[in-house]
Design a protein around this ligand. Sequence first.
Ligand code: TGC
Ligand code: FAD
Length: 392
Amino acid sequence: MKPDLFEAPDYYNIDDLLSDEHKLVRDAARSWVKREVSPIIEDYAQKAAFPKQLINGLAEIGAFGPYIPEEYGGAGLDQISYGLIMQEIERGDSGVRSTASVQSSLVMFPIWRYGTEEQRKKFLPKLASGEFMGCFGLTEPNHGSNPGGMETKFKDAGDHYLLNGAKLWISNAPFADVAIVWAKNEEGRIHGLIAERGMEGFSTPETHNKWSLRASATGELIFDNVKVPKENLLPGKSGLGAPLGCLDSARYGIAWGAIGAAMDCYDTALRYAKERIQFDKPIAATQLQQKKLAEMITEITKAQLLALRLGQLKNEGKATTAQISMAKRNNVDMALKIAREARQILGAMGITGEYSIMRHMMNLESVITYEGTHDIHLLITGADITGEQAFK
Ligand code: TGC
Ligand code: FAD
């Protein structure tokens, strides 16, 4: 892979709107990605392996629980810093950002928000340091966009619960130490349970043959009469709103993350277009390539402003689910379109692993599907503005 010459585009001087702390956190993540992720990531994506050696560095830049209070091992940062960290990591690779998103918003968040003080003390510091890795099991073979129909269930068996069912497409599952599992009780009410590796009847087979997010490990969670201690139930919230609340936080991070992938594709294509000579002049001097590049920077700038405003709302506790959906949907779609256009600017070179663009493009095909598909987010916006649910 070519050396990482990335220069972040900031066409509207958005840096001026960030605090010194935001810039410090962002720059630390940016240099870590350049130093540790860029040199190795193509190789790991090509061989479809998760680079486990990045776990300590992710913890050090505050990517595990950026907004979780310091008393539980988190970085105690605000939501804009969280977004900026996700942006920088996804500039390197969406799969690495996935690992951090899941750990922070889908594992640490529910323990922090819905867990007991004992659960917080037992799990959060180890998750923040990367000593424990976690995963989040909501999707099932028969229930993706419609998680409310889940079949995974648990029942009271005296001093423990008995958990049965299966989850599919679970990021980090193959190596996770703990899994936040969403399952129905005997009354059909959804609850979160903490399953721990080593519990009898709990297995996590890996899903192979992915063309996307190849540097992220994906797998199944299988529960065959697993005895879960009663103290592993998250008591603070039940119903579908509990997992959906975690998704709000993760989708917010993805809205920022996708900007990172788009910036990397744009920056690579701009540099290539200035250097590549055809018909005795740089292709950057042709109107057709300028159109592509000008539209890219316009869309990136709009996405940056959308994410920043959403971050302000989130800091004030005012961001709604529908606002988060709009940003996730818009920014991921924007990044995927930019990856496709940028790939064309590089011609044949664009399909190789010498450049990051094709990897970003394939990764973004997952990002536009997980955490609510492109269609589902449109329907969330539609329901919000009309007051009419069109899902069912
Ligand atoms: P609906 O009737 O709309 O809602 C059920 C209950 O939940 C409440 N609620 C929320 N509560 C908190 N936060 C939110 N964001 C909420 N959204 C809804 C709602 O008020 C209601 O409460 P109550 O008390 O009235 O019962 O539910 P529905 O069954 O009609 O479904 C709505 C829909 C389709 C929007 C939702 O289910 C959905 O978002 N589907 C998409 C599924 C999804 O996003 N799955 C993601 C799995 S995790 C993942 O992909 C991780 S990828 C790895 C990585 O991040 O890197
Ligand atoms: P389906 O729900 O079957 O949808 C198929 C198509 O139908 C989509 O285009 C969808 O938009 C459309 N559709 C569905 N319902 C409607 C409707 N009402 N109206 C119109 N169109 C509709 N899940 C987890 O729980 N944890 C994870 O860590 C996790 N990680 C993932 C990692 C990867 C790499 C991938 C690819 C997925 C991951 N997922 C995870 C699962 C992900 O959240 C689901 O794939 C996603 O929610 C969509 O579900 P589905 O794939 O079953 O598609």
